[in-house]
Every structure is written in C-alpha cells, then in structure tokens.
Design a protein around this ligand. Sequence first.
Ligand code: TYD
Length: 220
Amino acid sequence: MFITLEGIDGCGKSTQARLLAAALKHAGRDVLLLREPGGVAISEKIRGLLLDPENAAMCDACELLLYEAARAQLVHEVIRPALAQDRVVVCDRFYDSTTAYQAFAGGSTREDADRANALAVGDCRPDVTFVFDIDPEKAAVRREGRNDAPDRMEEKGLEFQQCVAEGFRTIAREEPQRVRTIDASQPVDAVFACMLAELAHAGLAVDAADARAALLQPEA
Ligand code: TYD
C-alpha cells in the first residue's frame, strides 16, 4: 500500500507521517517512511538546489522539472521496488504537492504539471492521500515557532500558501476516492485519530494500542 501525506508548509504532516509509520511498525507491518523532495542520495542533492534561498533566480520550468527529477529517482530507486515487495510506503509529500505548489500557486500550467507528474511516476500512484487542511495564517504561526531560517519555498509568503491550500482543496474535490481531507487545526493526537479512522475505511486498520505506542514514542 502506498500512502502519501500532503498540505501547506507548517500543517503538521511530517509529524503525522512519523506517527503513522511508527504505529504501522508497532502493528508488525514492514513500513518505509520517505520524504519529498529527497529520500535517496540523488534526490536529496536536488532538494538542496530547490530549497536553497540563494537560488532565487530559478525559473518556473526549472523548478517543476527539478521536483520531477527528484521524484523520478525516488520512484525508480525505492518506491517501486518497495511496493513490489508488498511493503507499506508512507511518503511525506508526492505529486499532489507539484500540482498545488507549481501549478495552482506557482507559474506552471496544470497541464504541464500533470504531464510532468505522469512522466516521473508512471503508474506508481498512491492508494490513499491525506491532505492536512489548515488556515495558512495558523500554519505560519506554527512555522514561526521553529527556529530555522525560511527556505526558498517558504519565502514565497502567505498569499502563495493560500493558493497552495486552495490547490489541495481542489485536488481533494477532484479525487474524493483517493484523497481524504483532515482538519489539521486540531491537536496532534486528534489529527492522528482522524487519519487512522480514514485509513481503516481504506482497508488498513491499526489498533488503538499500536496508535498509543506511536504517540508515546519519542521523536527520532
Ligand atoms: P520541506 O522542508 O520538506 O517542507 P515541509 O516540511 O513543509 O514538507 O520542503 C519542501 C518544500 O518543497 C515545501 O515548501 C513544499 C515544496 N514542494 C513543492 O513546491 N513541490 C513539490 O512537488 C514538492 C514535493 C515539494
């Protein structure tokens, strides 16, 4: 099973990805937790280019193609082989981020983003995608709590994040079977419970004891 987690910057999905992977491991599943852009050496190098604030001159096509290049390598090296071995793959962001960030909020067309996504992933598509929906102003406050400097994408500002959030809402409306929206303004454990309830509907049940064990596990 292939599960992806999506949302604007600061929506809390990375915490939820970690919790989900931990709960599934407690439940005895063979789980692989990945993030995009990145996850393998070549894609992590591309991530460095994409997020470096010094690369402010990057044009829209370069940005789109670099995200896709990182994704193609991750799919080829890790995701496809893991799914072939029946592992559960949990990925923090995947191609819906390109649709929301580069097409809805950025300067690429939807058609180009769709074509580039298809080229990068082929038939390797998520079974379930969670979109963590939160007011961009609240997410910005959460991000201020972190003490790292904003990366090139975070520097694009609040209006950009609002367009990204709208993009994710549209994707969720377009594909209600695959994409489940979760209210990410709730506390971490409530968001986690909502995600597990949705996952149970999709055929992957995690018991309460495994969920609790994940919540108690210290952050790696
Ligand atoms: P990251 O630090 O991983 O953000 P987060 O912790 O919020 O997931 O940085 C990834 C950034 O790249 C984030 O701002 C979203 C952006 N992004 C795109 O614009 N397009 C994409 O296809 C992907 C995967 C990410």
